[in-house]
Design a protein around this ligand. Structure first.
Ligand code: ADP
Length: 254
């Protein structure tokens, strides 16, 4: 029972991590779908197979995320804000003072004190325009994998603006820009700036002094990171496994 397990039942992806002492020894994810508890159990079984651990090595999971109430017998339930704060603070070696989390369906900015406690937070879960969902829609429209967005936006030759404040309008704006012959790279770069502007508008007012970290799945997109740094006019850091920070924070809360 030496390995702690964190489960983040997110709106878009279910993430699981195994943590020994404070070291992340395994992480995995699966797309969110009905039957979240069964999906989570399956993910943990996959983790056992891949890590060579036995079920008896694992503690009962700490569960967080949008679907946290769907897990019947957790070892612990922790809210996403606290799990995110603890995860990012621990993994950053105590440097994080602001965490910006972009998830599948929401954006959060969390302020921490020098002990890693949450001192303030703000969330936008009303509008998909600044979230991972927006990128998924754009990836489909542009027929381009999300993993390529960062690299492609760096190749953009010129600047283009997307002004729509709503996903529905942004979709038609992208389609008409494509029809006018806008390049894929320019459109992707414009998307990054459009999301970054929205996120900066939310988080800018919450920036405490000290380290600013971006996490959640979209943090893997270096084009978005660059745009966000430009919009906020500060350095923003990304930890090595940014989509797992919340699950990690749940695990280390056990
Ligand atoms: P949630 O916890 O709400 O389920 P996540 O933090 O797991 O959200 O992030 C999910 C989002 O991450 C997806 O909507 C997708 O846009 C984005 N994403 C996942 N993988 C990548 C990647 N390699 N590059 C860029 N974005 C990604």
């Amino acid at each position: 029972m030496s390995v702690r397990v964190g489960l983040d039942l997110g709106s878009t992806a279910i993430k699981a991590v195994f943590v020994k002492e404070e070291r992340l020894i395994w992480q995995g994810l699966v797309a969110t779908a009905p039957g979240q508890e069964a999906l989570a159990e399956h993910l943990i079984a996959k983790g056992l197979a891949e890590s060579g651990l036995d079920k008896g090595d694992l503690q009962n999971p700490a569960v967080t995320g949008y679907g946290k109430g769907l897990y019947a017998k957790p070892g612990k339930v922790i809210d996403e804000i606290s799990a995110n704060a603890l995860g990012c603070f621990t993994l950053s070696g105590g440097l994080a003072r602001t965490v910006i989390n972009i998830g599948g369906q929401d954006v959060k900015a969390i302020c921490l004190d020098d002990q890693g406690r949450v001192s303030d937070f703000i969330m936008n879960d009303k509008c998909a325009a600044g979230t991972g969902r927006f990128f998924e829609l754009a990836a489909r429209l542009l027929d381009t994998p999300l993993e390529d967005f960062g690299r492609l936006s760096r190749q953009a030759a010129g600047a283009l603006e997307l002004n729509s404040t709503c996903v529905v309008f942004a979709e038609s704006e992208i389609v008409s820009a494509m029809a006018r012959g806008a390049g894929r790279e320019e459109l992707i770069r414009a998307l990054h700036f459009s999301v970054a502007r929205r996120v900066a508008g939310l988080a800018g007012r919450r920036l405490a002094g000290g380290g600013v970290f971006l996490d959640g799945g979209p943090a893997q997109n270096e084009g978005l990171l660059e745009a966000l740094q430009e919009e906020l006019m500060i350095d923003v850091q990304v930890l090595p496994q940014p989509q797992y920070t919340v699950a990690y924070g749940a695990a280390v809360s056990l």
